[in-house]
Design a protein around this ligand. Structure first.
Ligand SMILES: Cc1cc2nc3c(=O)[nH]c(=O)nc-3n(C[C@H](O)[C@H](O)[C@H](O)COP(=O)(O)O)c2cc1C
Length: 314
């Protein structure tokens, strides 16, 4: 039978995907800042089944994060103003990375900084470590210096992407984009030109909340980052548009809570997805989505992940 191979494969669709030369067993990755360093979730889900784990945003030096309220629920979403609390790259490499490495999924270090020099030095240390890839965070809306400022225009984005690319010396580089950039396609193209192997999008949307009893903004930082189902249709549209604008693989995220959400991103052209806020609600969201994607592909007679892409023509 001419489609015999296809029938056999129906039983086991291949969910693997290669990004920047690194093979992921499946396209579902834990999003930065929502999964600690992986070990925190052991016992709540089978962490080894994930395609990848992205660490909390790391800076060269330790940061204690922002004062005051850091998390606030909104309808269909969550606002956060964590302020990049983290132990610093050297302590991460020494204390967290060995355990994270043993879990199985691809290890992605999310790197942030407040100056180009700090980003480059962090990248140099990560390059010498056993992390598989670096995700350059030029999109954090909750820190005063650096962070999102680098992700808002194409020149600033290239200014930090190029030295980090050089410091990584061959290790794959993902640049994480801000949905707050006035012209996302320009920033994306500039990051690719400066050496990004892949782009991830989106980080949180700049937003705010007011405590009406106290008559003051909820967050000391006034604004915070909005994530969760509320942002999904906008983030999805951004992935769809960038798929046309750039040639590198895209990692889509924003509001993924169910299999259908992940499928929408993969259909819009994302090579993989990240899941963040939904893990807080149901820690097993990601493993459920992996099973859900496999079941969908089987039902549709698909054998390879890229067949999900609506514009796939291979
Ligand atoms: C509490 C919290 C902390 C976050 N910390 C980081 C971070 O350190 N670095 C980063 O690049 N993104 C961070 N993010 C953004 C997420 O990785 C993700 O881009 C965003 O939440 C959208 O995905 P979601 O709607 O599935 O949560 C954080 C998000 C949340 C909710």
């Amino acid at each position: 039978m001419s489609d015999g191979g296809r029938m056999e494969n129906l039983l086991e669709p291949d969910l693997s995907v290669t990004i920047g030369g690194i093979r992921f067993a499946n396209p579902v990755i834990a999003a930065s800042g929502t999964f600690g360093y992986g070990r925190e979730y052991q016992g709540l889900l089978d962490v080894s089944r994930l395609g990848g784990i992205c660490t909390k945003g790391l800076t060269l030096h330790p940061r204690s994060g922002n004062e005051g309220i850091r998390l606030w629920e909104s309808p269909a979403g969550i606002l956060n103003s964590i302020g990049l609390e983290n132990p610093g790259v050297p302590v991460f490499i020494e204390k967290e990375l060995p355990a994270l490495r043993t879990l199985g999924p691809v290890v992605i270090a999310n790197l942030s900084g407040s100056s180009v020099e700090e980003y480059a030095e962090g990248a140099r240390l990560l390059n010498a470590s056993s992390v598989d890839m670096v995700e350059l965070n030029i999109s954090c809306p909750n820190v005063k210096a650096g962070g999102m400022a680098f992700g808002l225009d194409s020149e600033a984005a290239a200014l930090v992407t190029a030295p980090v690319r050089r410091a990584l010396n061959g290790k794959p580089l993902i640049v994480k984009l801000s949905p707050n950039a006035p012209c996302l396609a320009d920033v994306a193209a500039s990051c690719v030109k400066a050496g990004a192997d892949a782009l991830s999008l989106v980080n949180t949307f700049k937003a705010m909340a007011i405590d009406v009893e106290k008559r003051k903004p909820v967050f000391d930082t006034i604004s915070a980052g909005l994530s969760g189902p509320a942002i999904k249709p906008i983030a999805l549209r951004m992935v769809w548009e960038l798929r046309e604008a750039v040639k590198v693989p895209l990692i889509g995220m924003g509001g993924i809570a169910r299999t259908e959400d992940a499928l929408e991103y993969l259909m819009a052209g994302a090579a993989a997805v990240q899941v963040g806020s939904a893990t807080f609600v149901h820690p097993q969201t990601m493993t459920g989505i992996i099973d859900g994607i496999a079941a969908y592909m089987k039902r549709k007679g698909m054998v390879k992940l890229e067949e999900l892409d609506i514009r796939f023509n291979g």
